[in-house]
Ligand binder design. Structure first.
Ligand code: 2HG
Ligand code: ZN
Length: 472
């Protein structure tokens, strides 16, 4: 098993000088005010203290930075747009980590229309990629609410899912190759993008979803899909989750289904309160379903054919981009609205669709009055974002454990798309067997024997050995 080979004391001044020589002094941040935005996650739940923040400009600089940190025995947390929600991309309060920001690796290569691929830097922001490839009649299949801040490197590190998994799969299905740097500075390059290439172990797929614990992704070769010109979005108010699932089952039979998301009355009320958006319907419904269909030919009629038989409820349909965005905002603004109301406890789980209504019905009993739940997410995949406000600090672990145990009991996954991070590391055994975790530890030890890449993320550390004896 790998373990940290940290030096007892690290001369931070010396390390800062070495890293300045690599990236230039302007890109080594030591001033607390300059470090601050890199040290706290989006929700404000995970806060730490970086030894320093380093901002390399390219792969060669990333390799040199990692080589120096490795030699000094200093742990490194890679960070992109810092939109992660499981504490996997910010430093710990007393771990002495260097934050390695990849944001300057923001180059987008020429769009290769012959094969439908593009090579991007890890720091490219998702919405910039969308804009760039649209000009070529192409699209990147992954899209998510944090598109204006999330970077491709972070999305790859977490195997981000988002809103269009039903059609295009998760990030994994849309990456054909990677360039990444190992803990000791060794560069792995697999960017050729050959559609057929069975030459040994698939290192690209090993690194996707490894949350910065096995290597630092620097560039990626992405698969692009044809941009579908005709698009329709609908918001449906329904009486129950069962009714929503029934609509989704029938929409799956259309080959135009691209997105099927849900939220509930409590979440909508909070979004309306914080955003000032008008209510979508005159009546409030327990469950709202947001769906989108896209195709070469206008899918509005086939969508209407399914929605007309959706039972009691109301439907709003939008064709124009601005109107479609207005409908999507009711769903997409949940995260920021919940954040505006407090620091949420976030659980991101998958539940088998057949179990989903029962799981949601049982949730109040599982919570036993601890916290106010807001449920929303990606209904097509059974991916529920269980956000809880007002959980007392002393109840947080018990509540997390109770919900995740229930998820495991119904055959679900304790992390659907946000990753394990630090937040869920101690619950990994609920979704993975001892044998699997042992293999994961072997892989970690093989690629990062000194344990310097994102320690404590995915695989919980033995705190008796490594937890508290390492300071700035
Ligand atoms: C989304 O689906 C994101 O909007 C964030 O995955 C979910 O805030 C959340 O819990
Ligand atoms: Zn999500």
């Amino acid at each position: 098993m790998g373990g940290r080979a940290y030096r007892a004391t690290v001369d931070t001044d010396r390390l800062a000088q070495q890293l300045s020589a690599v990236v230039g002094p302007d890109h080594v941040l030591r001033d607390p005010a300059l470090r601050a935005s890199y040290e706290t996650d989006f929700t404000g739940r995970y806060r730490g203290r970086a030894r320093l923040v380093v901002r390399p400009a390219d792969t060669a600089q990333v390799a040199q930075v990692l080589r120096r940190c490795h030699a000094a025995g200093v742990p490194v947390v890679a960070q992109g747009g810092n939109t992660g929600l499981v504490g996997g991309s910010v430093p710990t309060p007393d771990g002495g980590e260097v934050v390695l920001s990849l944001r300057r690796l923001d180059g987008i290569g020429a769009v290769d229309t012959a094969v439908g691929q593009v090579t991007v830097g890890a720091g490219v922001v998702l919405s910039d990629l969308h804009r760039r490839v649209a000009a070529h009649g192409l699209e990147f299949g992954v899209d998510l609410a944090a598109r204006d801040s999330a970077t491709l490197g972070g999305m790859i590190a977490t195997n981000a899912g988002g809103e269009r998994v039903v059609r295009y799969g998760t990030t994994r299905a849309n990456v054909v190759g990677l360039e990444a740097v190992l803990a000791d500075g060794t560069v792995l390059n697999r960017l050729a993008g050959l559609p057929k290439d069975n030459t040994g172990y698939d290192l690209t797929n090993l690194l996707i979803g490894s949350e910065g614990t096995l290597a630092v992704v620097t560039r990626a070769r992405l698969r692009l899909v044809p941009r579908l010109p005709e698009r329709v979005t609908a918001l449906v108010g329904l009486d129950s989750l069962e009714a929503a699932l029934d609509v989704v089952a029938r929409l799956r039979l259309l080959d135009s289904l691209e997105l099927a998301e849900f939220f509930m009355a409590e979440g909508l009320a909070l979004v309306l309160e914080t955003s000032g958006l008008p209510a979508p319907f005159r009546t409030a419904y327990p469950v709202y379903l947001l769906v989108e269909c896209a195709g070469r030919h206008d899918p509005a009629e086939e969508l209407a054919g399914v929605l007309d038989t959706a039972g009691p409820g109301e439907t709003a349909v939008a064709l124009a981009d601005a109107d479609r965005r207005r409908l999507a905002a009711y769903r997409e603004r949940h995260t920021e609205s919940i954040n505006a109301a407090g620091v949420p406890l976030k659980l991101d789980v998958t539940v088998p669709l057949a179990e989903l209504p029962g799981f949601v019905a049982d949730l109040p009993g599982v919570l036993a009055g601890r916290g106010r739940p807001y449920l929303f997410g990606h209904l097509a995949e059974g991916n529920l974002h269980v956000n809880l406000l007002q959980v007392a600090a002393e109840d947080e672990e018990a509540v997390t454990g109770a919900v995740l145990e229930r998820v495991a009991a119904v055959g679900g996954s304790i992390s659907a798309e946000h990753g394990v991070g630090r937040a869920k590391a101690r619950y990994l055994h609920l979704s993975r067997s001892d044998a699997e975790i042992a293999v994961m530890r072997s892989v970690k030890a093989a690629l990062d024997p000194a344990g310097v890449l994102n320690p404590g993320v995915v695989l919980a550390e033995d705190t008796a050995l490594f937890g508290r004896d390492f300071r700035l």
